[in-house]
Write a new protein. Structure first.
Length: 339
């Protein structure tokens, strides 16, 4: 079995006739022409320490038990990797993301070759309230959607250098990190850094959703998925550093985009995790999709809220197939202390 984007792909390419043609010579698909990055990335030092990892929330069965973890200090990107930063990587290496690559016919038997076009998962609000039983009502596999063209060939990241880059698979994020001389964070490093030195709280920023009436993260307000009130000031992505930094000086550890971690995903890992610098299990297993290789994702996205996706809350875990991508999925990097 495949992950949700596999089903999105099948649903779209089998049942929908592609009436528009992707223009391979469209300048918007080849060159960003963005102004300079106004928030160049820097790394902040996360000091060594101990913390309680996990959650006792009954909705987060895979985040149990809460367990003590001790970590060495490390450097972490203060914000999510941006379009401008990812563009530098692509220009230097000519890298092509998974979403931009042709699909393998062997993985989609019975589907006409002409329908196996590059693309990615895109959130589209529904016209009216819907049941939450079928995510295909608000997720679509959009041909031509990629980090350059987040909603398809007619869209562009031009003029949005400081938005977090999206439509990056685990493989893409790992490739960027290696090029940058960094790596992806372990799940333990990510959660420890997100706590900001404050320990476990109701939310990563504190115990109130809106302290002083102020939104602290880019989340979904209103009725999901048809009526986003955008009370936090953003309907979808927010430029990095739009919200207050945490105690370590890190931005957007909650909401905005999901962030890849290096750990393989297993729902039972916390019961066997070592206490010192855990690196995750040696392999992946998700009982919902046996045989599909998944890595951990953390932090939630602009689509999270108490109404639908509550995994923006502390200790909760996300997961994703390693070649999947969407317009609410990004990453940030870490680096070990130089000897």
């Amino acid at each position: 079995m495949k992950n949700i984007l596999y089903y999105i792909l099948l649903a779209v390419i089998v049942s929908i006739y592609f009436s528009c043609t992707r223009k391979s010579n469209d300048a918007s698909s080849r060159e960003l022409l963005t102004p300079g990055d106004t928030v160049p990335g820097k790394m902040v030092w996360i000091p060594a320490g101990n913390f309680d990892m996990g959650s006792n929330d009954p909705d987060f069965a895979d985040a149990r038990p809460i367990h003590k973890v001790n970590l060495r200090g490390f450097w972490m990107d203060e914000h999510e990797v941006t379009n401008a930063e990812f563009e530098q990587f692509v220009k230097a290496t000519k890298y092509q993301t998974v979403a931009e690559q042709p699909l393998n016919p062997a993985e989609f038997p019975g589907v006409p070759i002409e329908n196996l076009v590059p693309g990615s998962g895109v959130f589209t609000p529904t016209a009216q309230p819907v049941s939450y039983e079928d995510p295909l009502q608000w997720w679509s596999y959009v041909r031509g959607a990629s980090w350059r063209n987040p909603k398809g060939p007619e869209s562009s990241v031009s003029g949005r250098p400081n938005d977090p880059v999206v439509h990056v698979s685990y493989a893409d994020a790992a490739a960027y990190a290696k090029w940058a001389g960094k790596r992806l964070p372990t799940e333990a490093e990510w959660e420890y850094a997100a706590q900001g030195g404050k320990g476990q709280q109701t939310f990563y920023w504190g115990n109130e959703l809106k302290p002083g009436g102020k939104w602290m993260a880019n989340l979904y307000q209103g009725n999901f998925p048809n009526a986003n009130s955008s009370d936090d000031g953003f309907e979808e992505l927010a430029p990095v550093k739009s919200f207050t930094a945490n105690g370590y000086g890190l931005y957007d550890m909650d909401g905005n985009v999901w962030e890849w971690c290096s750990d393989f995903y297993r729902p039972d890992y916390y019961s066997m995790s070592p206490a010192k610098d855990p690196k995750g299990p040696k392999d992946s297993f998700d009982p919902d999709e046996p045989g599909v290789i998944k890595r951990v994702q953390r932090g939630g996205s602009f689509l999270c809220s108490d109404q639908y996706c509550i995994r923006y809350k502390p200790g909760s875990r996300g997961k994703g197939e390693i070649n999947s991508a969407s317009n609410n999925l990004g990453f940030r990097c870490v680096k070990d202390k130089a000897d």
